[in-house]
Write a protein that binds this ligand. Structure first.
Ligand SMILES: Cc1cc2nc3c(=O)[nH]c(=O)nc-3n(C[C@H](O)[C@H](O)[C@H](O)COP(=O)(O)OP(=O)(O)OC[C@H]3O[C@@H](n4cnc5c(N)ncnc54)[C@H](O)[C@@H]3O)c2cc1C
Length: 467
């Protein structure tokens, strides 16, 4: 029976990063993975494949719509969907191989099979062929991630009614796509297929898109998406999908009640969120307590109710984001090594990788109002940013929220090209407890889009230069 310091169940960004950090700290580590490939949701059916398709479809749209005005003459671009899917797969393969390499480099054993916790210090691994082995370990980290959330009465076949997984692998471009849920995943994948030619309608239960993100940004984002061709039905719910005809017929009802209507679509994408995944882990028998939403319950040190068993990533509370899972993986490994591992949940950026991008870190205005915190707002539009003007990519703005008394930056929200990169200026500043003035007094290279971040920080003190 193999003996380890740490066995990590699941090799998504939470699990494999935790394993690497633990190995760096001198532990003997194994990871358990039930899938044929390492990397979890993120690398195989999440972050990475979606970004490959977003990139390819964005360039297709640019070639068709933006090249001519820059004086670049090309024939109308055409889609070769199998080649685009191959491009996506090459990206997945490259990243998955990268994780395999990192496991070898850090001398981490990869145990292929389904992990089950038999209690403190014991994990059973059952391979695809049914053979089971039990490994002993000082510590166990549960990093089993999440699975798609399903809508009652609507069966996902991953062909016509798809989850994000099916939407990443459609074999032809649907002429119409109905997206259920106006969250990040629905809007990103909706963008991919709209750019490739689908007519996209998004149905959202709430009366706004991107729940949880800054409302002003979300409203502007909705207007931009509508200009791009998205149709939205907010405050509405899909209650059924009739699959009997050549096209699907979805029944939509107002969330507040009222007359139903039908919307026809070639493909329906159910993107209403994700749920923690703990199937077959043996948690109940082992005595690991779950919270009322099925997530593994942990304390501030990621410890579950069973000694020596910890949990991180999508399977525990908090934003279901790869970088949050990674940081928790690092923190728990450091805690196990006797260090002060820690995650600052106040500074976890969130990005929507559409065009324009939407990015956010820290508190929204609504959250500050609810908490009764007095704050100052500094805003700066990309229409007043020189670099954005010459590139003719002026959609969006930067918004910085600072404490009214101390000027400490409490939140930053950006809609615009490269917002997902720009947001890290604010993240680093906030991690150091910096003020809007600190940011405003930092010299920014010209001409960059980052100057809009500096100007927004200046605007907090009512002294933006270019506005
Ligand atoms: C379409 C899509 C796009 C996304 N885009 C982004 C993005 O751009 N940025 C971002 O931050 N996040 C994104 N996410 C979310 C991100 O993928 C997750 O937050 C992240 O993967 C969570 O990491 P994790 O390590 O907790 O779990 P996962 O990545 O879900 O990995 C869990 C792993 O555990 C394995 N496993 C489960 N149970 C067992 C068991 N009993 N035994 C052995 N192995 C087991 C699974 O097979 C899986 O490999 C996206 C998600 C989707 C679906």
């Amino acid at each position: 029976m193999a003996n380890y310091d740490l066995v990590v169940i699941g090799t998504g960004p939470g699990g494999y990063v935790c394993a690497i950090r633990a190995a760096q700290l001198g532990m003997k580590v194994a990871v358990v993975e039930k899938n044929a490939t390492l990397g979890g949701t993120c690398l195989n059916v999440g972050c990475m494949p979606s970004k490959a398709l977003l990139h390819a479809s964005e360039l297709f749209e640019e070639a068709g719509h933006s090249f001519a005005k820059m004086g670049i003459k090309v024939p109308a671009p055409e889609i070769d969907l199998p080649a685009m899917m191959n491009f996506k797969q090459q990206g997945i393969d490259g990243n998955v191989k990268g994780v395999e390499f990192l496991m070898k480099k850090n001398k981490i054993d990869v145990l292929q099979g389904k992990g089950k916790i038999l209690g403190t210090g014991k994990v059973q691994v059952t391979g695809n062929d049914g053979t089971a082995q039990t490994v002993e370990t000082k510590n166990i980290v549960i990093a089993t991630g999440s699975d798609i959330a399903r809508l009652k009465g609507i069966e996902i076949d991953e062909k016509r009614i798809v989850s994000s997984t099916g939407a990443l692998s459609l074999d032809k471009i649907p002429s119409s796509l109905l997206v259920v849920g106006a969250g990040v995943i629905g809007l990103e994948l909706g963008s991919v297929w709209r750019r490739l030619g689908a007519k996209v309608t998004v149905v959202e239960f709430l009366d706004r898109i991107l729940p949880g993100m800054d409302l002003e940004i979300a409203k502007q984002f909705q207007r931009i998406l509508e200009k791009q061709g998205f149709a939205f039905k907010l405050g509405a719910k899909v209650t059924g999908v009739d699959t009997s005809g050549a096209t699907l017929a979805a029944t939509i009802e107002p969330a507040a009640g009222g007359a139903a209507e039908k919307i026809e679509a070639d493909v329906v994408l159910v993107a209403i969120g994700r749920v923690p995944y703990t199937d077959g882990l043996g948690l109940q028998e082992a005595g690991v307590v779950l919270d009322n939403r099925g997530r593994v319950q942990i304390d501030h040190h990621f410890a579950t109710s069973v000694p020596g068993v910890y949990a991180i990533g999508d399977v525990v509370a908090g934003p279901m984001l790869a970088h949050k899972a990674e940081d928790e993986g690092v923190a728990v490994a450091e805690i196990l090594a006797g260090q002060a591992g820690h995650v600052n949940y106040d500074v976890i950026p969130g990005v929507v990788y559409t065009t324009p991008e939407v990015a956010s870190v820290g508190k929204t205005e609504d959250e500050l109002k609810q908490a009764g915190v007095a704050y100052t707002v500094g805003k700066f539009p990309f229409t007043a940013n020189g670099r954005s003007k010459v590139n003719q990519t002026t959609d969006g703005f930067v918004k910085i929220l600072a404490d009214a008394k101390t000027d400490r930056v409490l939140g930053a929200h950006i809609i615009g090209r490269e917002a997902g990169e720009l947001i890290h200026e604010a993240a680093v500043l906030m991690e150091f407890g910096g003020s809007a003035e600190d940011l405003a007094r930092t010299c920014h290279a010209h001409p960059t889009r980052s100057e809009a971040v500096k100007e927004a920080a200046l605007a907090v003190g009512k002294r933006a230069i270019h506005m």
